[in-house]
Design a protein around this ligand. Structure first.
Ligand SMILES: Nc1ncnc2c1ncn2[C@@H]1O[C@H](COP(=O)(O)OP(=O)(O)OP(=O)(O)O)[C@@H](O)[C@H]1O
Length: 240
């Protein structure tokens, strides 16, 4: 579904992403790991239209070229992203946040009641349906992250990009969130591309893991293969 070929991104003299190639298939959870400054966020930003890759790179989603499209157009294609820092709309209720997600996915043909239905259903999926009328800003961080997932789900993604969604959570909260992510794949057949420093969480759920180091892809394999890969241990896992 997502194909990334020969993608590089430079900032002046620094090559933050260096000729990276990979693909993500339907209903697959793919982890993206690597040391600080490896280029993970830059790669996400390049896929979601925030940055343009260097000439010669190719990014397609179900065969459609994504390069040159903005984040909104890319979201319309079904590629939805959450952010490292939670970005729920704090002045809005939990339900309104999820409704905003539903409209983001389909602002033209959706009416308000249909959007609320989708939003309710997404809140139920993550277990926040009992909190629909609460102000999003008063939710604890772990639930704000669940709300971010619900908002993304309400927009009907085919591929969800998660940027360090588990950071700052307790081990129990990380486990709850990981279970939701597993169910997103298993029950919704949505593919997930997940950047995370909490490697235990990602190893427990990913079908495949891609490792970046200094902008380059140094490994791409199952969690079991990644855990024993010499280059990965040297560049990243050994330091954890
Ligand atoms: N807008 C920018 N302008 C200049 N340099 C940048 C910019 N964004 C990122 N960089 C540099 O590009 C490199 C890759 O950064 P990036 O944030 O993509 O890494 P990362 O793997 O996401 O790191 P972390 O795990 O710390 O979030 C770093 O050297 C960083 O300083």
């Amino acid at each position: 579904m997502l194909e990334v070929s020969n993608v590089s991104k430079k900032f002046g003299g620094l090559t933050a992403v260096d000729n990276v190639n990979f693909e993500i298939n339907d209903s697959e959870i793919v982890g993206l790991i690597g040391p600080n400054g490896a280029g993970k966020t830059t790669l996400f930003n390049t896929i979601t239209g925030i940055y343009q890759p260097e000439p010669g790179g190719k990014i397609t989603f179900d065969g459609t070229n994504l390069i040159g499209s903005d984040t909104h157009q890319i979201a319309r294609e079904g590629v939805i992203r959450t952010f490292q820092i939670v970005r729920v709309f704090k002045g809005m209720t939990v339900l309104e946040n999820a409704v905003a997600g539903a409209f983001f996915g389909d602002e033209k043909s959706l009416d308000r009641s249909k959007a609320e239905e989708k939003a309710q259903e997404a809140l139920e999926f993550v277990g926040l349906d009992g909190k629909a009328d609460m102000s999003a800003g008063v939710l604890p961080v772990a639930q704000q992250k669940q709300l971010e997932l619900a908002r993304a789900l309400a927009s009907d993604p085919q591929l969800l990009l998660l940027d360090e969604i588990a950071s700052g959570l307790t081990p129990g909260e990380v486990e709850d969130l990981t279970n939701i992510i597993r169910r997103i794949r298993d029950e919704r057949s949505i593919a997930v591309f997940w950047v995370e420093h909490i490697t235990d969480a990602i190893m427990s759920v990913a079908d495949r893991i891609i490792v970046l180091n200094s902008g380059q892809k140094i490994a791409d394999g199952t969690p079991k293969e990644i855990k024993t890969d010499e280059r990965v241990i040297e560049a990243y896992l050994g330091a954890n």
